[in-house]
Design a protein around this ligand. Structure first.
Ligand SMILES: *[C@@H]1O[C@H](CO)[C@@H](O)[C@H](O)[C@H]1NC(C)=O
Ligand SMILES: *[C@@H]1O[C@H](CO)[C@@H](O)[C@H](O)[C@H]1NC(C)=O
Ligand SMILES: *[C@@H]1O[C@H](CO)[C@@H](O)[C@H](O)[C@H]1NC(C)=O
Ligand SMILES: *[C@@H]1O[C@H](CO)[C@@H](O)[C@H](O)[C@H]1NC(C)=O
Ligand SMILES: *[C@@H]1O[C@H](CO)[C@@H](O)[C@H](O)[C@H]1NC(C)=O
Length: 324
């Protein structure tokens, strides 16, 4: 009682600093027309263009509680809606707790794809600035995922000097990590990267039967794709980890190559590659999806990537000091 009397006037005289880990949207009602559980198409001006993205508000959303966010980028020649169907991040079976944003690429492509010159890093920055003032976001829990060309763009986010320290964790699936350099030596090519920290969490997935973006890399569209083992080992090296992995079998035909892991869980190491020897160019799912029914080898696999990615994002928040 005495203490509170002594300190109360002092405390009320202080202006509290803004809480670093939350956006400025906390306490605001949802934009008109949006409700928990809904998906809305939003347009935004970015780089002189009118761009769009889908936003999913989680069913449990409370405007007073800082909430995680996932960015999910569609594959080449696909749409934001295709990605929403493919990744299932909006299904209650997998996720009730995170916002999901599905940006739409111009001409259904992303920066980094050979010949593409749109500023999608700027688009992503503009989206983040906008959504963190509209919704109550936990700024330590922003994850990025995507498929194929969209996964290649996730790697660009992880390699961007600014966004690598704004997005907490990265989960590319069947990534096309184009490098504009020929002749192509997939196992040794230098991989350009400007990541601004050396604790970037990576959970990548790749199929051994991928006949679009080969696990062994090689020349494609007049650029060079690194082999996936070389690409993941370079992430381990950038994060200061041994390039020798711990191989954890976890499902039929599938192993996780873990770098810097101290546990045996299915996710949780800092750098991880989930390799399924029989998977094609498909988002790994035990159920038929728009990938595994449209491209050979036409079959579901023995595990779901979606809950592994959600777990990985929840286990790897951004250390607070990057927000200072
Ligand atoms: C969202 O709106 C934009 C602009 O009107 C449109 O180009 C895009 O196709 C829409 N996306 C979806 C998934 O409806
Ligand atoms: C989401 O909520 C639904 C309805 O309460 C529940 O059936 C489902 O198990 C929840 N999903 C997760 C991932 O907890
Ligand atoms: C790294 O930074 C340089 C200089 O700003 C830039 O030209 C290059 O595109 C960047 N590379 C990546 C992968 O971010
Ligand atoms: C991980 O280590 C195993 C055993 O040494 C090796 O066979 C495998 O190729 C390695 N994985 C990668 C991605 O380098
Ligand atoms: C994995 O870790 C759990 C919990 O620490 C332990 O009970 C289990 O035996 C371990 N499994 C293997 C294969 O090491």
């Amino acid at each position: 009682m005495l203490l509170s009397l002594l300190f109360a006037p002092v405390a009320s005289a202080l202006t509290l600093p803004p809480i670093l880990s939350q956006g400025t949207g906390c306490g605001s009602p949802l934009p008109s027309g949006q409700t928990p559980g809904s998906v809305t198409n939003v347009t935004i001006e970015s780089g002189g263009l009118t761009r769009s993205y889908l936003v999913f508000v989680p069913p449990t959303y409370d405007p007073l509680l800082p909430t995680p966010l996932i960015l999910s980028y569609h594959g080449g020649l696909q749409t934001a809606m295709d990605q929403l169907e493919l990744d299932e991040f909006t299904k209650p079976y997998f996720n009730n707790d995170s916002f999901v944003i599905y940006p739409q690429g111009i001409d259904e492509r992303w920066q980094g794809v050979p010949g593409d010159h749109v500023n999608d890093l700027g688009f992503t920055t503009d989206i983040l600035n906008s959504v963190q003032s509209s919704y109550c976001l936990d700024l330590t829990k922003i994850g990025a995922s995507g498929k194929s060309d969209g996964a290649g763009f996730v790697n660009l986010l992880a390699c961007d000097a600014t966004l690598s320290s704004r997005i907490a964790a990265f989960a590319p699936v069947s990534g096309a990590y184009y490098i504009d350099k020929l002749p192509c030596y997939p196992d040794t090519i230098t991989i350009p990267c400007n990541a601004s920290r050396s604790d970037v969490p990576i959970l990548a997935f790749h199929g051994g039967a991928d006949n679009i973006i080969a696990y062994d890399g090689g020349e494609r569209k007049d650029e060079c794709l690194p082999s996936i083992p070389h690409w993941i080992r370079e992430w381990a090296a950038r994060d200061g980890l041994s390039e020798t992995n711990t191989t954890v079998p976890f499902a039929e035909d599938a192993v996780i190559y873990k770098y810097g892991s101290t546990t045996n869980c299915t996710s949780g190491g800092l750098v991880n590659l989930v390799y399924d020897s029989v998977n094609g160019h498909d988002w790994p799912s035990t159920q038929p999806n728009i990938d595994n029914t449209h491209l050979p080898p036409y079959h579901p696999v023995s595990f779901n990537a979606t809950p592994m990615i959600l777990d990985f994002f929840s286990q790897n928040p951004l250390p607070l000091w990057y927000l200072l």
